[in-house]
Design a binder for this molecule. Sequence first.
Ligand code: NAD
Ligand code: UDX
Length: 482
Amino acid sequence: MVKICGIGAGYVGGPTMAVIALKCPSIEVAVVDISHSRISAWNSKKLPIYEPGLEEVVNQCRGKNLLFSTDVEKHVYEADIIFVSVNTPTKIRGLGAGKAADLTYWESAARMIADVSNSNKIVIEKSTVPVRTAEAIEKILTHNTNSKGIKYQILSNPEFLSEGTAIQDLLNPDRVLIGGNQDPEGLEAIQKLKAIYAHWVPEDRIITTNLWSAELSKLADNAFLAQRISSINAMSALCETTGAEVSQVSLALSKNTKIGPKFLNASVGFGGSCFQKDILNLVYICESNGLTEVANYWKEVIKVNDYQKSRFVHRVVTSMFNTVSGKKIAILGFAFKKDTSDTRKTPAIDVCKGLLGDNACLSIYDPRVTEEQIQKDLSMGDVEWDHPIHLQAVSSTVVKQVNVVGDPYEATRDAHGICILTEWDEFKTIDYERVYDKMEKPAFVFDGRNMLNVDKLREIGFIVYSIGRPLDQWLKNMQIMN
Ligand code: NAD
Ligand code: UDX
């Protein structure tokens, strides 16, 4: 029986290894992590992450060919193939701080693999890493190995899943990318990994390349996606002042087969653990290679994203007579997108901090994010790098101005305004007449996801701002006054 070990039981490692176990009953899959709390959650009824369909997959395989353990060394020692899905955050200090990827976790995983192995291994980069990381990993493995004659093959097999649809993405991927050395041993390793995916992925969707192309493709992929969002968000600002509607512009663009329909939804800004981190990493690599113009090009994607978040805060404040001080504002949605409880780099953090900076009292409702997480996110500082992060940590007194509540009606009662920050489906079916009756007047809705029926809300009596839609007379007047 082939044995696989997955190091890192996070958003990528957990679901990815669970799907491999589901689709390859003849393979034994051990998922290991240094975090005891994470592993015990994977072994419990309440999994550490929320993903539609994940529980069903785990329940089908756990205890059969899928196990979760903190005994990292034992499972690495036993494995033939090791997937490394540890976190690769942005470095916060030292050389490259604020841009470069922090490979501390990867390096310690590689050193541990070298320490405990006494048989040949295929080591797979599942984490997103800078281009040419495999070269460094190979050096760590070969120079630190205790037993003589052990051979390692490093493959790059970046993960393209999106949170909220991870299981669907893993079961039916657009493509699987495998990069490896182009010598006979490297090609053999590529074939071994290909054979695993071939259990459920059609062969024409499995792309093989050299190592560096695979590593760079992952960074390029995220940069292109984020660039599309910044492009449509830049258009949304222009729509608001010209009378065009961004959803109509998106529709028109989407019908151009050269452009296609995805990633054209204007929003309050992109969030999530990947886009900003991976673009900063790309910027750093470009700068390190003397490619200043290329680096500056990608930096703009982040600048527009920061602009979109601060533009939203500015709109809320100016619309409400240029002050939100002491006013209750309902925040609907805190996760970085729907169908996940993940709040990493969610635009809600910056928007909430902006409103708190103007002394607003926030009442926050999100169907999946816990109060503890929200309070933690709002009290933690962000670090200012050379891209314009506009907002810093808020003080503990300000955090007391934050109330996290269990339903949207409670959040909106006596509020002056509502900000929609995550596109949860349930926000479409709220009884907005009931909400309006219990709010202070004039009552405002600021739709940061362009998801509500603006005409209906206006009929009820709300003053409505929706990203990328023409401003109504009220908003225009307030804009002129301020
Ligand atoms: P995560 O923080 O959720 O999980 C990483 C896990 O690795 C943690 O549980 C941590 O305890 C564990 N870990 C760290 N060092 C370890 C070690 N030496 N030994 C054992 N366990 C260790 O991160 P994630 O969101 O799953 O992302 C992992 C990687 O995948 C990152 O490089 C990320 O850029 C990439 N990625 C993420 C996504 C996504 O949607 N989250 C998608 C594609 C790629
Ligand atoms: C992203 C990539 O899509 C995925 O391929 C990669 O593996 C990991 O990073 P993820 O961050 O999980 O996935 O979610 P994604 O759906 O890409 O959304 C990222 C952010 O962009 C969210 O805040 C989302 O709300 C926002 N977004 C997305 C928009 O604002 N508009 C869009 O049209 C699409």
